[in-house]
Design a protein around this ligand. Sequence first.
Ligand SMILES: Cc1cc2nc3c(=O)[nH]c(=O)nc-3n(C[C@H](O)[C@H](O)[C@H](O)COP(=O)(O)OP(=O)(O)OC[C@H]3O[C@@H](n4cnc5c(N)ncnc54)[C@H](O)[C@@H]3O)c2cc1C
Length: 388
Amino acid sequence: MSARGAGRADTVIVGGGIAGVALAYYLARGGAEDVVLVERDQLGGASTAASFSGVRQQFSTRLEIELSKRGLRFWKTCAEEFDWPCPFAQTGYLLITSRPETMGRLEQSAELQRELGAGPVQILGPDAVRAVSPWLATEGLAGGAYTPEDGRVTATDGVAALAKGARGLGVEIRQWWPVSGIERGRGGYRVIGALGTLDARRVVVAAGIWSPALLEPLGAQVDVSPLALHYALTAPALAGETVPLTIDFDTGFCVEREGPALAVSMLLSGTPPDYGPQQMLEDWFATAQRLAPTLVDPGISHLLTGQADEVSDGHPNAGRLEDELWVLAGFAGHGVMHGPPVAELLAATMLGSPDPALDLGFCDPLRVPGPVPDNEWMVAQRRYGGGG
Ligand SMILES: Cc1cc2nc3c(=O)[nH]c(=O)nc-3n(C[C@H](O)[C@H](O)[C@H](O)COP(=O)(O)OP(=O)(O)OC[C@H]3O[C@@H](n4cnc5c(N)ncnc54)[C@H](O)[C@@H]3O)c2cc1C
């Protein structure tokens, strides 16, 4: 077998974003042998690289809060576990709202976070919001929820660390190895790529927003769809200030620290097809007049667009589709924080020893979305024109 061409493996993982690379590592750590990961481009180059890489514990369901606790632990111990630089910037995370009813929901979620032992969460009135973020105008604000121990990472640091760990345990990683199709074959599956064909007993599709296209020919429907998020990098701003990753839950208005600069965005789903970075910036400026007037003219250095991975009920997809065909894709825009812990849980399930402390059933890729109370509502993005 040529090192980059055809061959056979026990397990083939398609996709080398944070999810696929984490799964490769946790499978190998759990004793799986003969694991090959194939990635179309370079590792971590798609949604993962575009991410703001915020890591927060503020969610509204038991599942996401537990995943967040585990995700935070992953990122805070990544450097030590892998002997690889993975700096964690403890900037905090601040969710604000002008609506009393949303404030009530944030309070309820904070109660659940406390009950489940997530890190400290503070419910803030307008004055306390201003004390945390003096650049925010708090007139008309109902308040916010603040988690000072949350923060920011660089997602590709984690990808590199996990890849190092996976390779060290014998996983073969092939980059620039695009897969054009997956077929059922004798004794398993056939992964067809531009550079050759890999036969495998077991296949995991971890191809992010491209997963449905790979799975549809096999008759599997997985609920993950692309969500274009536009953002801008500013000139250096708010020198010397800690800037929590700040999201207005009414509008999707978002500000976060990016080196000496800021990244600013409107986190919106359901935008019209012609809604691009310029329109986002116009909406951001209009909202900043009210919420952050001192930032209204920050000087824009870059306009960027990344594709996030929307899921209808806000929960990840991780599990078996049939026989030995599995999927790990669609994190509702939270894959940097939730990808590693979900990959760890999935690896344990695949290796026959599921974690008894956390039921992956909510992540069953074949689930019918449950009743609304079971859905995760604290996703970052707001509905365009729908006002939250
Ligand atoms: C602007 C923005 C901000 C975000 N902010 C945050 C945040 O603050 N916190 C957070 O946790 N998450 C955030 N996210 C979401 C996060 O980036 C994603 O949930 C996460 O990166 C998903 O990882 P993944 O490995 O599933 O997908 P990806 O990173 O997209 O990886 C999938 C990989 O599969 C490969 N692939 C696809 N098709 C094929 C094929 N046919 N053959 C071989 N390989 C293939 C791709 O090249 C890609 O590398 C953000 C996303 C965006 C866009």
